[in-house]
Design a protein around this ligand. Structure first.
Ligand code: MLT
Length: 265
């Protein structure tokens, strides 16, 4: 399925829109693109309408002319649904940075949500130490370019990134990161550093919510996600086997199964 370019206000988003049925809106991680959802696009479009957008500055979506924020990205995705004529509530599934956008989507557009899926993400904001590290990395990527970022990130994103069975997906994710404009990587880091702590919102979430995390995720650990899940009444918490932070790519069979089970329940 070829992505199409859809105008959303002053922005233009590169979007895959495939399948029929209840809508699943997918929000990718940092600094990735809709391509990280390739197994969900392929595997779920026979039951659902999958809408997978590249956020501004990532994949094939042009960068925003104004500074981005997690709130702004959520507003842009709501604008995308308007532009596509999607009026019914959708299931939002966001990974890591896409999850940060998901909390904002719930906070500011909750009537548009039927389900929330928080995937390898966290509700807490950054510590001062993490904010400082993001500032340093935003400066350094402008000097080094994206390739060194790709080299170091793939080691952290995947569990067992050197294993032969993961070489294809590790290579694909490396390529996505290496092709990202360094300015978008820097802007993304600074936007994530500014995001608010969404933890106080968790106890107010009343829609069906799934927390799903790779059992070996070292960036957003199962322990931290379980702690978040415990604050959302009636939520479900699932660990994906043999997976790190890229659970939807590393074990798509279990991931898609859990997602379908949750949405069918
Ligand atoms: C991601 O995968 O989106 C990043 O790990 C998020 C972050 O840097 O906090």
């Amino acid at each position: 399925m070829e992505p199409k370019q859809i105008p959303v206000g002053t922005k233009r988003l590169n979007v895959v829109d495939v399948g029929t049925g209840p809508v699943i809106l997918l929000g990718h991680g940092f600094p990735l693109s809709h391509a990280m959802w390739k197994y969900q696009i392929d595997g779920l479009a026979n039951r659902f309408r999958i809408v997978a957008a590249d956020l501004p500055g990532f994949g094939a979506s042009p960068a925003s002319q104004t500074p981005i924020s997690m709130r702004g990205l959520a507003d842009t995705l709501a604008g995308l649904l308007d532009a596509m004529g999607v009026t019914e509530p959708v299931a939002y599934c966001g990974l890591s940075m896409g999850g940060y956008v998901g909390w904002q989507f719930w906070k500011h557009h909750r009537d548009r949500l039927s389900h929330l899926i928080a995937c390898d993400t966290r509700a807490a904001g950054d510590t001062e130490q993490v904010k400082r590290a993001r500032n340093i990395s935003a400066q350094s990527v402008m000097k080094t370019g994206a390739n060194p970022v790709a080299d170091s990130m793939v080691q952290k994103l995947f569990h067992d990134s050197d294993s032969a069975s993961k070489q294809t997906i590790v290579g694909e994710v490396h390529r996505i990161i290496a092709q990202t404009d360094p300015a978008s990587i820097a802007t993304g880091q600074l936007a994530m550093a500014e995001r608010p702590d969404a933890t106080p919102w968790l106890s107010e979430i009343e829609i069906p919510t799934l927390f799903v995390v790779g059992e070996f995720d070292e960036i957003t650990t199962p322990e931290e996600m379980k702690g978040n899940a415990d604050l959302v009444s009636g939520s479900r918490f699932i660990q994906i086997e043999n997976a790190g932070h890229m659970a939807p790519l590393e074990n798509h069979v279990q991931f898609n199964w859990e997602l379908m089970k949750f949405l069918d329940a």
